[in-house]
Design a protein around this ligand. Structure first.
Ligand SMILES: [Zn+2]
Ligand SMILES: [Zn+2]
Ligand SMILES: [Zn+2]
Ligand SMILES: [Zn+2]
Length: 234
């Protein structure tokens, strides 16, 4: 197919740019650095759109809903191994875009599925079982149960009250600094008990609302997306 005049102009410009880069590598490098510095928002938005595209492709290939509870809001979903240890090591294949790229390149292997963050966490803590199919076989540590009870015993966003789905959340998203010194999970539960449950900085959220907020610019999809469905659906 012959090229349009505009395509021809673009092709010529690309050749000229390549010639310039070969002739003045240092100057070209500096120009790129300056352009990137001036276009940080554009680059970050482009990156997000690219990652969301990969994510949606993977979710669609695996049915688009949590394979356990049928949750369909994308911000609540992740691609997970059906059993621990399947596929490349977690260190070699970090979660997010690298995993999505790997799944696409490997034509969506059966050893993975889509889960919501709640079912994913429950299955992780509970040897592969989730409360949706094994109602009474799970347990959490005494510290976990005590802390969640002390902070109201249910997700402050959606009302979820099954403890296997609940975690302690840093209000105001300022947990990063705190997390550097005190890790999430058991170390945090022990710290909260030792510090008499400071109420102003912590609250109970389920993993869906917690991770959903992280992936949705700080607002849980229950507040922004019609897809997030009713709250407190088992
Ligand atoms: Zn689920
Ligand atoms: Zn489940
Ligand atoms: Zn919730
Ligand atoms: Zn929520």
């Amino acid at each position: 197919m012959s090229k349009t005049p505009s395509e021809n102009r673009k092709a010529k410009a690309r050749i000229r740019a390549a010639q310039y880069r070969t002739k003045h590598p240092e100057k070209a490098k500096r120009a790129v650095t300056i352009w990137c510095d001036n276009n940080r928002t554009y680059i970050s938005e482009k990156g997000k759109t690219y990652r969301t595209g990969l994510r949606d492709k993977v979710f669609a290939a695996y049915g688009g809903v949590c394979s356990c509870c049928k949750e369909s809001e994308a911000h609540f979903l992740t691609a997970a191994r059906k059993e621990r240890g399947i596929g490349p090591d977690r260190k070699a294949l970090p979660a997010g875009a690298p995993t999505y790229r790997w799944l696409i390149a490997n034509l969506f292997p059966d050893s993975f599925h889509v889960l919501c963050w709640n079912c994913n966490k429950a299955r992780f803590l509970n040897n592969g079982g989730c409360v949706h199919d094994h109602a009474d076989v799970f347990s959490v540590s005494k510290e976990h149960a005590r802390v969640v009870k002390e902070y109201g015993g249910q997700c402050v966003c959606c009302g979820e009250s099954r403890i296997i789905f609940l975690t302690i959340d840093h209000i105001n998203n300022d947990g990063a600094e705190h997390r550097k010194s005190i890790r999430q999970g058991p170390p945090l539960y022990r710290w909260l008990i030792a510090n008499a449950f400071p109420k102003e900085a912590f609250q109970v959220l389920c993993y869906n609302c917690n991770c959903g907020r992280f992936h949705n610019k700080g607002a849980c999809p229950h507040l922004t997306s019609p897809n997030a469905g009713d709250r407190n659906i088992p």
